[in-house]
Design a protein around this ligand. Structure first.
Ligand SMILES: Cc1cc2nc3c(=O)[nH]c(=O)nc-3n(C[C@H](O)[C@H](O)[C@H](O)COP(=O)(O)OP(=O)(O)OC[C@H]3O[C@@H](n4cnc5c(N)ncnc54)[C@H](O)[C@@H]3O)c2cc1C
Length: 295
């Protein structure tokens, strides 16, 4: 089979290409500056779109690559990726399946899994969809020894004019690739209390992440650090949940973690159904004890 993979940031292609290369030939596309992240995963070619990528000019560049000749087109979910997915599917007169986190292929039949009903259930579908968007970080990435040849394409000028550009509040962190995450929930109480958690983050050389109320509602942490259905999907070796109740929409983002440790003062909190180690207690008492025993 022949696959085309689009990933805006390069990272989204790594696991996808690793999974697809067992079933056929993969050509990848990414944006200028991101190519170094995805050249060692077995793509036959990596096409790099240079210039300001918008939906219309990226679509044109992909159309020039003859998308009809591919059996399936996989797009790592991102703002631009989601834009393009709908447009390519429309031009190919194909169904598009979005936000897939697992799939199997049998010739043109694809069996996909994605969350449904706000993450409360998993929808398993069988279709002939040609265009599929996948959740970033859903598939394990394994490098190969060789590098893919690069093919640079200059993007045409977009018809979409940019009125204003506002810099996103980026903390420069990439929680999706962290191997240890200390995730805080509403139980932390206030922003200043984060200082009491930071010694634990330092002791385990981890990264801070949080639930939606912490990142989106109260903005105690940046949006980049939100874990969950509407946040990032993470798969660290160790996930430490502090003062997080464990609602399904949060679990949807961290259920791929290898070891989950939860601290919550409510012994009935749902997070205790999802963890390997659970500590019923006040996080402000438990965290200093963990830090001193780690030291
Ligand atoms: C469409 C949709 C998408 C969503 N997407 C996301 C998402 O991406 N990510 C996400 O996280 N949520 C998401 N949510 C929200 C989700 O449903 C929950 O509301 C949210 O996860 C709750 O966050 P929390 O666990 O931090 O807060 P709470 O549910 O309020 O839990 C706080 C916990 O802290 C405990 N606690 C309090 N004080 C202490 C203390 N001192 N020590 C120890 N424990 C303490 C409490 O016992 C409680 O269990 C989404 C909801 C919807 C409808």
């Amino acid at each position: 089979m022949k696959f085309l993979v689009f990933s805006e940031d390069g990272n989204g292609a790594t696991g996808l290409v690793t999974k697809l290369r067992e079933s056929g030939e993969v050509d990848s596309i990414t944006l200028g500056g991101e190519e170094s992240k995805c050249i060692n995963y077995g793509s036959k070619t990596v096409t790099v779109l240079k210039g300001r990528a918008m939906g219309d000019n990226s679509l044109k560049a992909i159309q020039a690559m003859n998308p009809e000749s591919y059996d399936k087109i996989f797009i790592s979910s991102s703002p631009l990726g989601r834009d393009i997915a709908g447009m390519i599917a429309a031009t190919l007169k194909s169904l598009v399946i979005t936000e897939v986190f697992d799939f199997t292929l049998e010739n043109e039949i694809i069996r996909t899994k994605r969350f449904f009903y706000g993450g409360k259930t998993i929808l398993e579908e069988e279709s002939r969809a040609k265009v599929i968007t996948t959740q970033p970080g859903a598939f394990e990435a394994k490098k190969v020894d060789s590098s893919s040849p690069l093919n640079f394409v200059e993007l045409e000028e977009s018809k979409i004019s940019l009125e204003e550009e506002v810099e996103k509040d980026r903390s420069g962190t990439d929680i999706e690739s962290a191997s240890i995450l200390i995730s805080v929930g509403r139980g932390i109480g206030k922003k200043e209390a984060l200082d009491q958690v930071k010694p634990l983050v330092e002791a385990v050389h981890g990264e801070l992440s949080g639930s939606r109320p912490v990142c989106l509602d109260y903005k105690w942490l940046s949006e980049e650090r939100q874990v969950g259905l509407s946040g990032k999907k993470v798969k660290p070796k160790v996930y430490i949940a502090l003062g997080i109740s464990g609602q399904i929409q949060h679990i949807a983002g961290m259920r791929g973690s290898k070891i989950v440790i939860a601290v919550n003062k409510d012994k009935e909190a749902p997070i205790f159904q999802e963890c390997d180690y659970g500590i019923v207690g006040d996080l402000f008492q438990v965290v200093p004890k963990l830090v001193s025993s780690l030291k």
